[in-house]
Design a protein around this ligand. Structure first.
Ligand code: SF4
Length: 122
């Protein structure tokens, strides 16, 4: 049995990427919410693989990193909750959990949006 997805919410500092409806998680072709996120489980592997092909993957992962309260579970940006927890721990150990942490995530998010937007325009 799989867990229900949380409601879609946004955050003011790093907003959730706007989905077009064609992303793998939006089409319902894979399951992104599980009771366990062991990466050797076929369903988890499938969802991680699909996420890696998603054009929003980088922004989605940064959003989930920046908003652990909005993404406590689920696969986002080809990451499991455990991977995000570890990424967050490492970032906070380098930057602290204050404004520098938020600034770095926001800059990374904006850089990915700019890069993707330019790529889409070509
Ligand atoms: S990267 Fe994010 S938007 Fe794309 S499929 Fe994965 S969860 Fe959905």
């Amino acid at each position: 049995m799989t867990a229900a997805p949380p409601p879609i919410l946004t955050d003011a500092v790093v907003p959730r990427p706007q989905l077009s409806g064609t992303e793998p998680c939006a089409t319902g072709e894979k399951e992104y919410f599980h009771d366990s996120y062991a990466v050797n489980q076929p369903a988890v592997k499938d969802a991680l693989r699909a996420c890696r092909r998603c054009p929003l993957a980088a922004e989605c992962r940064i959003w989930a990193l920046a908003n652990p309260d909005l993404a406590p579970t689920g696969i986002y940006g080809a990451s499991t909750p455990r991977q995000r927890k570890e990424d967050r721990r490492q970032l906070i150990s380098r930057l602290g959990d204050g404004p520098a942490y938020e600034r770095v995530l926001r800059r990374a998010y904006d850089a990915n949006v700019a890069w993707r937007t330019q790529s889409d325009a070509r």
